[in-house]
Design a protein around this ligand. Structure first.
Ligand code: ZN
Length: 151
């Protein structure tokens, strides 16, 4: 595994739309492993492939309650409720913002074996699903933040 460099806001790569993964190759599995190592080293809750300069639809998330979740080609297939909370991003260090996101989100994705699965998250996990999938479409939480603050 290798720790990758995390791109920061202002880098045009973060604004690009990522391509889907057709087949889960060893290269994609290595990307997942490297993204996990990078996310953990940065103490983050989630990381999307464009943040490490790879324009593919690949996401990793790790929360205290749900553990590690790997998502390939994730799509939101259902959502409900609303939460207003604090949000940060490894590509926007030292800043935080208040966002409105759904309280419950169901995602359909592929795992590293190429199998399709559905997963539902609430609260922090629902927010992470939205935040990371936005990255795959070149969107940052600062685009929708109601207010921003430092530290
Ligand atoms: Zn982010």
């Amino acid at each position: 595994m290798a720790k990758l460099k995390i791109l920061k806001i202002g880098d045009s790569t973060l604004r690009k739309v990522c391509r889907p993964v057709d087949t889960v190759t060893p290269r994609i599995r290595t990307l997942l492993d490297d993204m996990i190592e990078t996310m953990r080293a940065a103490d983050g809750v989630g990381l999307a492939a464009p943040q490490v300069g790879v324009l593919r639809r690949v996401v990793v998330i790790e929360t205290p309650d749900e553990g590690l979740i790997e998502l390939i080609n994730p799509k939101i297939i259902a959502f409900s409720g609303e939460q207003e909370s604090e949000e940060g991003c490894l590509s926007i260090p030292g800043r935080w913002g208040t966002t409105k996101r759904p309280m419950h989100v169901t995602v359909r994705a592929m795992n590293r074996k190429g199998e399709t699965f559905d997963i539902t998250g609430s609260g922090l996990l629902a927010k992470a699903f939205c935040h990371e999938i936005d990255h795959l479409d070149g969107k940052l939480y600062t685009d929708i933040a109601i207010k921003m603050h430092d530290n």
